[in-house]
Design a protein around this ligand. Structure first.
Ligand SMILES: [Zn+2]
Length: 42
């Protein structure tokens, strides 16, 4: 299995959005709603 440089976004767990405590949701600021976090050059 080949590892890509994409991984599930830790902030939204791949949902692309985060639940707000007060209710509702907003687009994940970390992945811009993609649900994946790109591992940039380490
Ligand atoms: Zn995210």
């Amino acid at each position: 299995m080949t590892q890509t440089n994409q991984t599930v976004c830790p902030y939204c767990s791949g949902n692309g959005y985060v639940q707000l405590i007060l209710g509702g949701s907003e687009t994940c600021y970390s992945c811009s709603g993609k649900g994946t976090a790109v591992k940039d050059k380490q």
